[in-house]
Write a protein that binds this ligand. Sequence first.
Ligand SMILES: NC(=O)c1ccc[n+]([C@@H]2O[C@H](COP(=O)([O-])OP(=O)(O)OC[C@H]3O[C@@H](n4cnc5c(N)ncnc54)[C@H](OP(=O)(O)O)[C@@H]3O)[C@@H](O)[C@H]2O)c1
Length: 260
Amino acid sequence: MKKLKISIIGAGNVAFHLARIFSEKGMRPFQILARNTEHHEEMIAFASKLITKTEELEPCDIFFLTVNDDAVSALASQIKLKNTLIVHTSGSLAGNAAASAENKCGVFYPLQTFSKQRYPDFNEIPVFIQAEDQESMLLLKQLASQITSHVHHSDDRMRKLLHLAAVFVSNFSHALYLLSEDFLKKESVPFEYLHPLIKETALKAISSDLNKSQTGPARRNDKKTLESHLSLLEQHPEKQEIYRLITRYILNKYHPDSYE
Ligand SMILES: NC(=O)c1ccc[n+]([C@@H]2O[C@H](COP(=O)([O-])OP(=O)(O)OC[C@H]3O[C@@H](n4cnc5c(N)ncnc54)[C@H](OP(=O)(O)O)[C@@H]3O)[C@@H](O)[C@H]2O)c1
């Protein structure tokens, strides 16, 4: 594979991890655009050059637009270079969101939750690629194969469905951890007591039949326990509503006859 010139636009979570893994694999990005110079220090180890404006961009083989979904289209049209490939990393934007008259566009979606504090094993992360022509697709495939063993072709619908599922399993689970920590903290009960449960729940979800391994008062239809939990949440109407909603989902699935 010829040595590719890579550019990354953005300096957030995904930018950081892509720049890090490309550097580790001997494909150090040529330039990173971080509009806020506060991010330059943490990104400088991963790039030959740091810039702040699109006008300073130099030609490259591929540009990664690792920015907020809402900024992708406008930024793609600000890249005043020709015959290059511009990809976004979003789960939900259309495959042609980074389209412009002068360049080709595509998608490079790594399905993982990224934050700068944690370094997930990239080799385990599925990367979903899309491009408007065969040549670009080949380039994305070669590039993705350097950093992970799990490269998949996708289309817009498949990627959007995966992203939606990812919001449920990751972002919503995380919000439920936060919610639990919040009411435990108020009563000075350490959240850490739940750590083994959190780990086991995640391991169970990927190693056993999901349908068979659901547990809890709603699964058993223990009505008195459900009521006592709801009364404990009397002073927290938002949390009570979330409890009711998820309980209703489980009851409907496992005890449809007793479901009102
Ligand atoms: N985080 C994840 O777990 C994850 C996983 C897979 C895919 N993605 C996708 O990856 C993309 C980036 O997500 P992220 O989590 O890395 O976001 P993020 O941490 O919020 O970072 C976004 C970056 O984009 C920059 N930015 C926004 N608008 C810009 C503009 N007009 N010009 C230049 N820079 C701009 C921000 O700059 P400032 O710092 O100056 O605001 C920031 O550096 C999104 O499309 C997201 O859907 C995220």
